[in-house]
Design a protein around this ligand. Structure first.
Ligand code: 4NP
Length: 167
């Protein structure tokens, strides 16, 4: 008898900001938490990257880590630059935090397949009130909390979108 191995469908999601030390590592942690709470961690591969390599090899900004910790998220990612040759082929969805990130990613695309994978994170906002995830790096503590609020809202929207488009 022939047994065909049934491979689980794994969705591969990449979050992208400028430095990969504030917004996208937080997005990675928040989305991992959403998926884990649904019992679907094994069905997802979730990562983050920066359009720049300014902070390559560094852990997330301590302020972002501390604000995330207060909500129960542990940010473990280490900053790395977006790699067009690998990341466009490997990931199914690439989420940019703001219009600059979106523009920079689009500049690196090689074909329409690459272009179709890129979206703004705020496209998944249920409220539709916000059009980008603002960079908190040069601001005060409230900026980090606001980023986390937005990532929780848009993360849920992203999860619902994926669930509806794969079921
Ligand atoms: P991120 O924030 O893009 O959310 O990681 C920034 C981190 C570092 C810098 C800018 C934004 N920087 O200019 O070094």
């Amino acid at each position: 008898m022939l047994f065909l191995e049934k491979k689980p469908l794994v969705k591969k999601i990449l979050f992208v900001c400028l430095g990969n030390i504030c917004r996208s590592p937080a997005a990675e942690a928040v989305f991992k938490d959403i998926v884990a709470k649904k019992g679907l961690a094994a069905k997802f591969e979730i990562d983050s990257a920066g359009t720049s390599g300014y902070h390559s090899g560094e852990p997330a900004d301590v302020r972002m880590q501390q604000h995330a910790k207060k909500r129960g998220y542990t940010i473990t990612s280490i900053s790395r630059p977006f790699d067009p040759k690998y990341d466009f082929d490997h990931f199914d969805l690439i989420l940019a935090m703001d219009d600059d990130n979106l523009h920079d990613l689009k500049e690196m695309t090689r074909n329409q397949e690459d272009v179709k994978k890129i979206h703004l994170m705020t496209d998944f906002s249920a409220s539709g009130h916000h059009h980008h995830v603002p960079d908190p790096y040069y601001g005060g503590p409230q900026g980090f909390d606001f980023v986390l609020d937005l990532l929780e809202e848009t993360g849920k929207g992203l999860f619902n979108y994926i669930e509806n488009s794969t079921s």
